[in-house]
Design a binder for this molecule. Structure first.
Ligand code: COA
Length: 201
């Protein structure tokens, strides 16, 4: 079991500097800052989430060693956000717009945690499926999505503007299907063995 504890909660404007730090470490072309502002404050179809560590700095090998003053919660210079994601719920489809985990917190299950929370949001909004685009070369992310029953739904040629890589469209199973519910339950059970987390959604 990983030592730190995590909470999943709605993304707040004060957290955007932290979100953008992770984004810069994960993607070649970060969104402009005002795009997140718009998404959080104006887009009624959008739900953005963060995973925050609630543990204080200590001698965990994977953790960055922050000065205490930089760690305090609620401050704009806090350094506690470790992952984030966004989903648009549009009629019956929930489209995952972004998902990223701080490189120092990968392979703990936080990506899965976010997929499960987005699926719960999608189900509450009565969406029937989730969709997303992923770079053809991004095998790690594709593996995560396949674990949750996403399958290939076509290609968007030259989709990414920085290098014109193709995007693979992926679609989840029917969210209300028994097999999707089983995947979610199994995923959540696996996660409970790996990390401590709660949600404030
Ligand atoms: C993709 C990403 C979000 C995964 O986050 P994560 O927290 O490391 O993922 P998890 O720990 O929940 O992994 C769940 C499963 O996905 C698969 N997986 C995730 N990353 C993988 C990788 N790099 N290589 C192979 N499989 C991977 C594994 O099956 C893993 O299960 P396991 O650890 O039990 O083997 C993270 O690597 C990331 O932020 N990448 C950069 C941004 C990005 O590419 N986002 C996706 C845009 S479409």
């Amino acid at each position: 079991m990983f030592e730190e504890e995590f909470v999943v909660e709605p993304m707040r404007v004060e957290q955007l500097d932290q979100v953008r730090r992770i984004e810069r470490a994960c993607f070649p072309t970060p969104w402009p800052r005002n795009a997140y502002h718009r998404e959080i404050e104006k887009n009624e179809r959008a739900r953005y989430l963060v995973v925050r560590t609630t543990s204080e700095p200590g001698p965990t090998p994977k953790r960055r060693q922050f000065p205490m003053s930089l760690f305090s919660m609620g401050r704009s210079d806090a350094r506690d956000v470790v992952a984030y994601c966004g989903v648009w719920v549009m009629l019956d489809e929930a489209h995952i717009t972004t998902i990223a985990v701080d490189p120092e917190y990968r392979r703990l299950g936080l990506g899965q945690l976010l997929i499960i929370q987005m699926a719960r949001i999608a189900l509450q909004a009565r969406a029937t499926r989730m969709t997303l685009e992923v770079r053809m070369s991004n095998e790690g992310a594709q593996r995560l999505y396949r674990k949750y029953g996403f399958s290939d739904g076509g290609v968007r040629p030259r989709y990414y503007s920085d290098d014109f890589e193709d995007a693979l469209i992926m679609r989840s199973e029917e969210l209300k299907s028994p097999s999707f519910a089983e995947r979610m339950d199994a995923g959540e059970e696996e996660l409970r063995r790996r990390v401590r987390w709660t949600t404030r959604l």
